[in-house]
Design a protein around this ligand. Structure first.
Ligand code: NAI
Length: 484
């Protein structure tokens, strides 16, 4: 089987070389097709950070094993790492955090073993990076959370629990505050849990989760989180098991999957042959299991565990006062341990012989359209986001003068806090208001009715954006203002 390999930038080349040498020494039955992606490709004038050949190869083979890649600083360039995950719909980002003998952490010293898997939603949330400056003082980032996207990631989390033999999946969220977005994430979590009665499901608010992970990390097994919260919580978990050098990750999609370390290009140590290749090696082991090469994965994992038990380490970890090896020597030590089993850690057993299960993607005729539900929908009004540095009552006065009699001015808020008709004189305001205009007696209106109101409003204010106020199956689907 062929897979695509991108060495990446910074330490990428050194650690990828080390990992592929270990794979070859373990006789992993794979052929590596190099693809060109990363900062050095941007620098050659490819605005997407990858060549057309690289894109074709990855779409043909379906598996990309990649080193870290640098996003050029400055405006107008998106991260190649995030783009790759989104373009190929790798909806679940799986990150394993496990205590390893030879890798010291506060918890290993206390004899508390950790074995946490985080499944992070990988496409949506603020990571869409859809941002606008609405006024010179106000920036807005749109946060999409969708039902199909959430269902996909939750299903993968429960399936992972089954494969891992885990008994519990915990959903982290902030649905108490973000009732619509995180609300969808939480609702679809329990909906999915019904299909997995053998696995218990619970949820924790993400700030409480952060505290619990630091106090009692051994109580968690599989965690599923929205994109940004999952990103932050997974770095916290990396800290629990010894740092980013031991944090592997897999970006799983139905057609294309990407395997990479959590860490970046480490520009401070690039080119010195001292980087730790363990996280990339562990990502490679996840990849081998994903495509069915369980025996190869177990052989390499055992060699790694033996090496760590022997106290062998690169300069970023290990016992103080012991000599550290460079990247090449560290890889050699792992190669020398191929065929050996660890003594302290339980050896990893192959659940089956190597048997490739990966099927290259079949090109669909068009973009796949995910579930779209038909619900009775009505427009009840509109939120205008307008620029103004006038007092709330002056803004209200102008709206009351212009809106037609079919509508009423319900409220005005500033940064989500109601300032009209009631509010506190101590609420500080910036130059942007949300003005909610509702149809009288909840009578449904048309898009054209809303646009007519918008035209009248535009005579008095700059409209930065507007959102329709929707009723789906009789449920009002918009948030209240703070203090409403
Ligand atoms: P970083 O992870 O590259 O480095 C943070 C610190 O950890 C540095 O001190 C570095 O020397 C150390 N470190 C990281 N990996 C190491 C390893 N394998 N062995 C030993 N030490 C290691 O994070 P930073 O500095 O924030 O980002 C650098 C660049 O990497 C940026 O351009 C960023 O955009 C990119 N990046 C790429 C990622 C990816 O390709 N998936 C992920 C994160 C960052």
């Amino acid at each position: 089987m062929k897979i695509a390999v991108a060495k990446g930038d910074g330490i990428g080349e050194e650690i990828m070389q080390a990992v592929l040498r270990i794979f070859n020494a373990a006789k992993v039955p794979l052929e590596y097709v190099p693809v060109e992606m990363g900062k050095y490709i941007y620098d050659r004038g490819h605005s997407t950070g990858m060549t057309a050949e690289a894109k074709n190869t990855i779409e043909l083979l379906g598996i990309l094993f990649k080193g870290p890649m640098e996003t050029p600083k400055g405006k107008g360039v998106k991260s190649i790492n995030v783009t790759a995950r989104k373009v190929w719909n790798t909806y679940a980002n799986k990150r394993n955090f496990k205590s390893l003998t030879g890798v010291e952490s506060v918890f290993s010293k206390a004899g508390i073993p950790i074995n946490i898997t985080i499944i992070r939603e990988n496409i949506e949330d603020t990571y869409g990076g859809i941002e606008h400056k609405l006024t010179p003082d106000v920036a807005l980032c749109r946060r999409f959370v969708t039902r199909p996207g959430s269902l996909q990631v939750h299903r993968y989390a429960f399936e992972t629990a089954r494969r891992k033999g885990a008994h519990k999946v915990t959903c982290g969220h902030k649905a108490n505050i973000m009732k619509m977005t995180d609300g969808i994430f939480l609702e679809t979590f329990y909906e999915t849990a019904k299909d997995f009665p053998d696995i218990s499901a619970n949820d924790v608010i993400v700030d409480d989760l952060a505290m619990k992970l630091v106090v009692k990390p051994n109580e968690f097994d599989i965690l599923v989180l929205p994109n940004l919260q999952g990103d932050i919580i997974s770095d916290l978990c990396a800290g629990l098991v010894g740092g980013l050098g031991f944090a592997p990750s897999a970006n799983i999609g139905d057609n294309i999957s990407i395997f990479e370390a959590v860490h970046g290009t480490a520009p401070d140590i690039a080119g010195k042959n001292i980087a730790n290749p363990t996280a990339l090696l562990m990502s490679g082991i996840m990849m081998l299991r994903h495509i069915g090469l369980n025996e190869s994965a177990a052989k390499i994992e055992n060699a790694l565990l033996c090496t760590l038990e022997q106290g062998i380490h690169t300069s970023d970890f290990g016992k103080a006062g012991t000599t550290s090896l460079n990247t090449t020597e560290y890889a050699d030590a792992i190669i020398n341990n191929i065929g050996n089993l660890p003594h302290e850690a339980a050896p990893t057993m192959a659940v089956a012989q190597d048997k490739l299960t990966h099927k290259p993607p079949v090109k669909p005729a068009g973009n796949i359209m995910k579930e779209s539900r038909t619900q009775k929908e009505e427009i009840l009004g509109v939120d205008f986001f307008i620029e103004s540095n006038e007092q709330p009552r002056q803004v209200a006065r102008k709206f009351l003068d212009v809106i037609s009699s079919d509508f009423e001015l319900l409220l005005i808020s500033n940064r989500g806090t109601q300032v009209w008709p009631t509010g506190s004189i101590f609420t500080e305001c910036i130059d942007q208001y949300q003005v909610r205009v509702l149809s009288r007696d909840d009578k449904p209106v048309s898009q054209e009715d809303i646009l007519r109101e918008a035209v009248k409003t535009a005579g008095h204010f700059k409209i930065c954006s507007l959102e329709m106020l929707m009723n789906y199956d009789g449920v009002k689907s918009f948030s209240l203002a703070q203090g409403q």
